[in-house]
Design a protein around this ligand. Sequence first.
Ligand code: NAP
Length: 267
Amino acid sequence: MNNMKIIKEYVLEQKNLIKKTVEKYQINKKLVIIQSVSDGATNAYVKGKCKDCDEVGIAHEVIRLDESAHDIDYLVNLIKKLNIDETVGGIIVQLPLFDGWDVERVQNAIDPRLDIDGFHKLTKFLPATPRGMIDYLNDNDFSFTGKNAVVIGRSEIVGRPMAKILLDLNMNVTITHSKTTNSDLRHYLENADLVVIAIGKANFLDKTYKFKENAVILDVGISRIDGHLVGDCENDVQCYFKSPVPGGVGLLTRLGLLKNFIDAQME
Ligand code: NAP
């Protein structure tokens, strides 16, 4: 394994390549982002996705729903219309939805070929966060086969898909969760070559945890403390590489989305 690339620089390089692909294949279909809840964090996520599209030359449109005027049937019908709109190349339904709306029904209304979030039950896309992390590891020549991975957290969008991909890449995968004892977790971590943590508990892994010298830690968690973004792992634990928060997996996730969008146009 080489020195791991600085994620911000890696993402810039990759975006340049995507921009060239957009130009070369004259990709002109648009990404549609449907936003329900409009709080600070959600607005920031949507804004970030639009900025990414602008940077690489992908057209985009944000459709904002109004809780007092729209219901879930309206959203599902809107998605059905977008599915057959020739100008649409990808659809993202930004989460969270309004309280009580059935997320799975909405996600499964999207044509799987346009589901660049990778949440449809028949999707062929990896969810953006695992895709971003796997591409990053591959591009750093991380060696997967026969190595030990610990995935902390078992959500449908990060922990589970990531564990499955790592298993498919011939790693020995341990998945831990809220019922794992702390002494077991420490034991697994001491032997891990790769740690992926996605639990949403600020600085859960601190300097009292011991890692291998060559351990790579990908920190997915995002918590907001006093207006600052904090990961699930302290940034200065002793290991080979730890992805920073901010400026780490969040950027890789946004890159994963752009790559899924490009793949959707290459059908
Ligand atoms: P989630 O649905 O919030 O589930 C949390 C998972 O963490 C559950 O599996 C839970 O275990 C586990 N967990 C909770 N407390 C734990 C503990 N003390 N020890 C071990 N495991 C524990 O997960 P998510 O949607 O994947 O989100 C996790 C975090 O990642 C959040 O901070 C989210 O904001 C962030 N995130 C970031 C990105 C990004 O691009 N950077 C993308 C997605 C998510 P049980 O199953 O036993 O309850």
